[in-house]
Design a protein around this ligand. Sequence first.
Ligand SMILES: [Fe+2]
Length: 454
Amino acid sequence: MNKQTQPKGFVQAASNIGVTEGYMPGFGNDFETEALPGALPVGRNSPQRVEYGLYAEQLSGSPFTAPHATLERSWMYRIRPSVKHVSRFKKVDMSYWKTAPHVIDDVISLGQYRWDPVPFNDEKLTFVTGMRTMTTAGDVGTQVGMASHVYLANTDMEDDYFYSADSELLVVPQDGRLKIFTEFGIIDLEPLEICVLPRGMVFKVTLPDGQARGFVCENYGAKFTLPHRGPIGANCLANPRDFKTPVAAFEEKETPCRVTVKWCGQFHTCEIGHSPLDVVAWHGNYAPYKYDLRTYATIGSISFDHPDPSIFTVLTAPTAEEGTANIDFVIFPERWLANENTFRPPWYHKNIMSELMGNVYGVYDAKPKGFIPGGISLHNCMLPHGPDNNAFEHATKESWDPVKLTNTMSFMFETRFPQQLTRFAADEAPLQDDYVDCWDGLEKKFDGTPGLKD
Ligand SMILES: [Fe+2]
């Protein structure tokens, strides 16, 4: 941990058993961590008095009566209880951060869309005020659906703090590192890593590189979890040990601060006289985590044909309908292709799920040109898509030798709900008007005679 980049007064746990570099490994574990020795009560959650004069408080991520396997909560031991971290709210405008349902009459969401990277500008924007919604889906009021955002940030959140009561946030950096100070500890995040910030958890973000751009999937529904593995078995894909949850850290700061809350699609702010990131110790299984996409153990065909792209699922946010996700977070990492007599790129298809893709790094095999790092594409519910002409011509003539796809990392936010474009996506973001033409070169090869055609 680079002490120089931490705000004055931040105290982080120095030595927790089994902890390296400020993180605890595992997915959904029941963690415990303390930034000061003896701060964490032993053998009980809510003793009559807590060491150091701390207050005990529970943060519930699931209803009290949820089935045992889905119960999520953490106990926090903090300098002040959270009731001291809010005051009278004042509504604020956050005009680029949109929430479903958000359907605009004269915006056509039906179509194949692709955007160049949203460029940085000179406006002072934080991770929160720089959020630009591209699509929304579902309904935040009934806690189903999602939104996809691009963030453009060039300003640290020093005395500004934020939490979303609407959603958990899956953050996918593309350009520039983030330092995320949360109630549960500090997450350092860089491109090719992701993190998940739980609903209701207070945080702020600073920018070690001065500016940052990336993507956010805002999940209104059930929390992200690991996908069912079926016959794959207990190993590969995203292995649980590669998820990292931060050790406890707290900020003791008695200066004017602002807390902004996203609630039912609206934003409200309040003034307080201290930092809300004052959790000295905590235990539980409701906490933020990060994951390095380079640790994903990709599987694929070693004979012929393709498995479905669900083999690339890192995290899934389920619905009550088994196997039908509110959101699947899917990646397309570096990997070997060894399938013989097979059209190797993704096949042409239509999908009941709606697919928003982003390119983090390198070249995507189905679209060698035009889908560049920072770029975004949208293939909505039942809209046909697939490789462009360049990719088709190459893939139908290449040798069957094993080949490694390198220099590539794209991802997909895939949802069961149709995705609606925002005004920003339709009119302000750098939409590629000619994207739909990428299939123009695909020719009719059929002439009624048998045989393989060039
Ligand atoms: Fe697709």
